[in-house]
Design a protein around this ligand. Sequence first.
Ligand SMILES: NC(=O)c1ccc[n+]([C@@H]2O[C@H](COP(=O)([O-])OP(=O)(O)OC[C@H]3O[C@@H](n4cnc5c(N)ncnc54)[C@H](O)[C@@H]3O)[C@@H](O)[C@H]2O)c1
Length: 248
Amino acid sequence: MRGLLGKIAVVTGGLGDLGYATAQRLNEEGCKVVLVDVQADNEGKAKGINAGFVQVDISNEADVKKACDSIAANTGNAHILVNTAACFIFKGVDATGADWAQINAVNIGGTSLMAKYIVPQMRKNGGGSIINFSSVSGFIGQSNFATYNATKFAIRGLTKCWAQDLAPDGIRVNTLCPGYIYTKAFINSCEKLGLDIEEENRRASAMHLLNRQGRVEEVAAAAAFLASDDASFITGSDLLVDGGYLAK
Ligand SMILES: NC(=O)c1ccc[n+]([C@@H]2O[C@H](COP(=O)([O-])OP(=O)(O)OC[C@H]3O[C@@H](n4cnc5c(N)ncnc54)[C@H](O)[C@@H]3O)[C@@H](O)[C@H]2O)c1
């Protein structure tokens, strides 16, 4: 046991590939999990892992407050917040004001609003763990990815600031930075950019020392580690789960 049994974990982007895999892993380790997503849970995914579900757009402050209040009332005060929800807009210097407003509002603003309303719950519990999803894209430049990468750099920045602010409350804050993981988001971005999926998979695999894309379970295991007492002396860190992508 590593301190996850009976803990309340909120996972944003919980219907997405990495969010759901993380929720499943936390559930297996004994957490009570609540999925948060802007989409409706039409497939009953939350029920499938005995999790709660709240539909909310994390960029809307009034709705986030309501959602977090309802989590506290119906499930209890959260100990763990995993922020995976993200908007995927890939644009370069031609990005419009509307593109920036949208991606900043979700990836930076939404992540921040969830923390704003979950942190008081963690304080009531005497501590907690926040895991913010960045990416290898939060470390490097990639052509025509300025909008996305800027937000993933920002996630690392706000994580380090919050780690300072929240350490006195016993709340650890870390960033999880995946390499390419074979998910819907990967497939969707190939389609959006007009790329052949199999060819792009081979190209993406070759970017990692381990010569493959990661699996969602590998990211979920790292998120559960950061949430657990095994990571009790880790805060303000970036955990790379990137198959050696950034080591090349
Ligand atoms: N998939 C990868 O290869 C990869 C690599 C590096 C980092 N990441 C990061 O991992 C995280 C999860 O990615 P994924 O592959 O699971 O993506 P995904 O698209 O499968 O999941 C994202 C989820 O976020 C939800 N969402 C989007 N906007 C929202 C909003 N405004 N409010 C609430 N929910 C919202 C979506 O509905 C979706 O369910 C992201 O932060 C992404 O940047 C992914």
